[in-house]
Write a protein that binds this ligand. Structure first.
Ligand SMILES: NC(=O)c1ccc[n+]([C@@H]2O[C@H](COP(=O)([O-])OP(=O)(O)OC[C@H]3O[C@@H](n4cnc5c(N)ncnc54)[C@H](O)[C@@H]3O)[C@@H](O)[C@H]2O)c1
Ligand SMILES: [Fe+2]
Length: 388
């Protein structure tokens, strides 16, 4: 991990260490930006030949993956450089995977089923963010089910994360707010995740093993940094200190959840996002306070620690208020979910075992429906009232 303003220009020398042909993956909004130019220039100066695939699409449709793989095949890159948000980095991850291993991509849906190393990847994030620059996960949209699927393998962890806050300065207000709330969800959910007995088999069977001392330390720092800086970054996108703190927080949150895993808010977002066509961070950010409230009885020590770093008495209320302040919708009803749809969304989420099984409190369809119902009304306290 390399972090700091101007560090995007380390891309060239790093890429040259793998060979002389780089596939650069980006999207149409980023390709003309000064940040992208700094990466391209550094690759040229390092003598690396560059092939640019600039058609990344949000939420990584399978058709885009096919285009990127088709572009990469005749170019035969030695290294892949991703410049963009989580969608672009995740596209680059599966492109690097399919450049080294046969398809179909669905054969890698089971956790830790990538058979060996993929093409080396240098990830340069432009949002703060998904943390994808350091995680073992690529989230794509399955063409058949139209649902998000996370492909999880240690081999998908990028070789290098180049985190340059200057590249996040152009991110629009909504993107800043949504991706920032997603980073907060990564920090909080990994901090409140299940704790598994540390045996060799639990650790080797999956890249995300549940909460542990390392992920806790990083998650807590991340939660504090993000809560202190997200509203500033949203309200003044040119505030480089706030942008920097957000990128650092999302990086730490990425390492935290890359090791610990996330829980119910992410599982539920997969179904909510598919049904409402809203962004990943809108969904995880909106659902986060409800999942925190649901898990509160099992995680009282963690709640107290979060209150400490957030400088508040009740982290659920603080996260809920922060979401509203940065412009998240107030409820699932507001993004078009019908009351009669809630049960179905719970049923669609319960099968996402990688995330559901990581929740500290066991989840069934009824439990997920209870969380969604409170979020549909926009009232986290409904869950605590239900408990009493
Ligand atoms: N791999 C992981 O570990 C992981 C973790 C969380 C989320 N995700 C996935 O990441 C995706 C969301 O990523 P995201 O929130 O970073 O957004 P994104 O990559 O989907 O980008 C959203 C929009 O913002 C624009 N954008 C991004 N950075 C910009 C900048 N600096 N200037 C101008 N425009 C910019 C993009 O062009 C795009 O239109 C989802 O598909 C989600 O499922 C992956
Ligand atoms: Fe996320």
């Amino acid at each position: 991990m390399i972090f700091g303003t101007g560090m995007a220009s380390a891309a060239g020398p790093l890429a040259a260490g793998y060979g002389d042909r780089a596939l650069v993956v980006t999207d149409p909004n980023i390709v003309g930006s000064p940040g992208f130019e700094s990466v391209r220039t550094s690759l040229h100066e390092a003598g690396v030949d560059v092939g640019v695939f600039s058609e990344a699409v949000v939420d990584v449709p399978e058709s885009t993956i096919a285009q990127a793989v088709e572009y990469a095949a005749p170019y035969r890159p030695d290294v892949v450089v991703a410049v963009g948000g989580g969608s672009t980095i995740d596209l680059a991850k599966v492109t690097a995977l399919l450049a080294r291993h046969p398809g179909p991509l669905s054969s890698y849906y089971p956790v830790e089923s990538v058979p060996g190393p993929v093409l080396p990847l240098i990830a340069v994030p432009t949002t703060a963010g998904t943390g994808s620059e350091v995680t073992p996960v690529s989230v794509i949209t399955d063409a058949t089910t139209r649902m998000k699927v996370g492909i999880a393998s240690r081999h998908l962890i990028p070789r290098h994360a180049l985190c340059d806050p200057l590249l996040t300065v152009g991110a629009p207000r909504t993107v800043t707010a949504h991706s920032g709330m997603d980073a907060l969800a990564h920090a909080v959910e990994s901090f409140m995740a299940i704790r598994r007995p540390p045996t060799a088999s639990t650790v080797l069977a999956r890249p995300q093993v549940g909460k542990n001392p390392l992920s806790d330390t990083l998650a807590l720092t991340a939660a504090g940094d993000i809560c202190a800086n997200l509203a500033r970054a949203v309200e003044d996108g040119d505030d480089l200190d706030a942008r920097s703190a957000m990128l650092y927080g999302s990086l730490l949150a990425g390492i935290a959840f890359g090791n610990a895993g996330v829980t119910a808010a992410h599982a539920l977002q997969f179904a909510v996002g598919a049904a409402t066509h809203t962004s990943h961070g809108l969904g995880t950010g909106l659902l986060l306070p409800y999942v925190m409230e649901f898990n509160r009885p099992a995680r009282s020590a963690e709640m107290a620690a979060l209150a400490g770093v957030m400088g508040c008495t009740d982290p659920v209320a603080a996260v809920h208020a922060l979401g509203l302040r940065v412009g998240l919708p107030a409820s699932l009803a507001e993004i078009g979910v019908e009351a009669g749809q809630v049960r179905r969304l719970a049923e669609d989420s319960v099968g996402i075992r990688r995330l559901v099984d990581n929740n500290p409190v066991p989840l069934d369809v009824d439990a997920l429906e209870q969380i969604l119902t409170a979020a549909w009304h926009g009232e986290p306290h409904r869950l605590s009232t239900a408990r009493v």
